[in-house]
Design a protein around this ligand. Structure first.
Ligand code: ATP
Ligand code: MG
Length: 423
């Protein structure tokens, strides 16, 4: 036998047993976003490498070591997108979607990062991103968070999630804080791990994100970002909190929440869970008021977030809180070769009259008992049976596979009303 070719490490097949849950999750998300007036945008999976370097930042983990970058045949440097915000802004600028107007956009699709694969962390993963442009107030920040709360409720996940909030303030305020933090950490150099010493130069705020228990104390005593907030950022943050309080949404102000991408300012937030081990963040976002201009557009305030679908699917599996529609409602079997043609006709008739039902026709013949077994295995609610008698009398037998209901033989023109309850 020829040697089998395997999938790339960290890039998973999503198998038929799992796609029902994925589809249902995607369906709930689409409906919810429509309910808030957001429109879908679809960007390419590949972009110019410079787009990500300029937006995410040269000295972030993503750009330094996680991007799938390659040379096109004509020598251009291209990259498989590691996230969607940069592409969304690029598309918005390119097509004049952002200039002097407000836009509420969302997208869904695969992202690529060369990370060490483990539970909840993959090299190809999927995000839903939601972005709002042209609005600079805390009201839109609050709306985005309320949207996520509504989603967690719809998915039955709210009890397992905590909202963490922070403000990265203005660039100037953050700059002053960066200097203070760097000075403090420099005076405790012996207490920093190797990674943090390296970051001291390139990206000191990221040190706050360290999960190393040996550094917990030095970080707990570090200067606080909120002590450096500018007045406008403080008021923005307080108003956002007031909106959330009014809506009854609990949150934790996490002074050390900084996010790993350079473009954020002011509001940042994450939804975290304890139920996934180390990969606890399922949704993360914030303001990026400078990015549109930085990528060549006219200055436009913006805020958004992205959620990782794999992590949500893992949570949904654990909580078993999402009702997944049956893959098959009706399974049509033919008892005997003379019933095969009428069986196909009945299956087509059900699809005509009740297109909401998932109707599967048994193909390939075989013994009646075997066909019924297949009907059961399909998960169908009912089997429709056509035998010689049914064909002669223009009737069909409805056998209930899940409920304790007597099977019944009904005239063909009554079938629709019998099956209607299944839709
Ligand atoms: P993490 O803290 O897990 O490294 P991040 O800060 O790099 O996440 P973002 O770039 O903000 O993540 O992406 C938003 C969301 O996308 C994350 O909260 C997570 O749910 C999901 N995500 C990010 N990277 C991966 C990955 N490699 N595999 C699966 N999901 C991911
Ligand atoms: Mg990451």
């Amino acid at each position: 036998m020829a040697k089998q070719i395997q999938a790339i490490r960290g890039m998973n097949d999503i198998l038929p047993e799992q796609t029902g849950r994925w589809q249902q999750l995607e369906h709930v998300i689409r409906q919810l976003l429509a309910g808030y007036g957001y429109s879908e945008i679809r960007m390419p999976v590949v972009e110019q490498t410079d787009l990500f370097k300029r937006s995410i930042g040269e000295v972030t983990d993503i750009v330094e070591k996680e991007m799938y970058t390659f040379e096109d045949r004509n020598g251009d440097s291209l990259t498989l997108r590691p996230e969607g915000t940069a592409s969304c802004v690029r598309a918005g600028n390119e097509h004049g979607l952002l200039y002097n107007q407000t836009r509420r956009l969302w997208y869904m699709g695969p992202m690529f990062r060369h990370e060490r694969p483990q539970k909840g962390r993959y090299r190809q993963f999927h995000q839903v991103g939601v972005e709002a442009f042209g609005l600079d107030g805390p009201d839109i920040d609050a709306e985005l968070i309320l949207l996520t709360v509504r989603l967690w409720k719809a998915l039955g996940l709210l009890p397992y999630l905590t909202l963490e909030l922070n403000s990265l303030a203005s660039n100037e305020a953050r700059g002053a804080y960066r200097d203070a933090l760097t000075a403090y950490l420099r005076s405790h150099l012996d207490m920093l791990d190797e990674d943090s010493v390296r970051r001291l130069e390139s990206n000191p705020l990221r040190i706050l994100d360290s999960k190393n228990p040996a550094m917990a104390e030095v970080l707990a005593n570090a200067p606080k970002l909120s002590e450096y907030w500018d007045e406008e950022s403080r008021s923005h943050f307080e108003k956002l909190c007031a909106y959330l309080d009014a809506a009854g949404v609990p949150y934790v102000h996490n002074e050390r929440l900084v996010r790993g991408l350079d473009y954020y300012n002011r509001t940042v937030f994450e939804w975290v869970t304890e139920s996934l081990g180390a990969q606890g963040t399922v949704c993360a976002g914030g303001r990026y008021d400078g990015l549109v201009e930085q990528l060549g557009g006219k200055a436009t305030p913006a805020v958004g977030f992205a959620m990782g679908l794999e992590r949500l699917v893992l949570m949904l599996e654990q909580a078993d809180s999402l009702t997944i529609p049956r893959a098959v409602d009706v399974y049509v079997v033919a008892a005997g070769p003379e019933a095969e043609l009428p069986a196909m006709r009945v299956a087509e008739q059900v699809r005509d009259t009740l297109p909401g039902l998932r109707t599967m026709l048994h193909c390939g013949g075989g013994k009646f008992a075997k066909q019924l077994k297949k009907a059961d295995q399909s998960g169908a609610e009912v089997a429709l049976i056509l035998g010689a008698d049914e064909v002669k009398e223009n009737k069909v037998t409805v056998k209930y596979l899940r409920q304790n209901v007597e099977q019944q033989t009904v005239p063909m023109d009554e079938l629709t009303s019998v099956l209607r309850t299944l839709v």
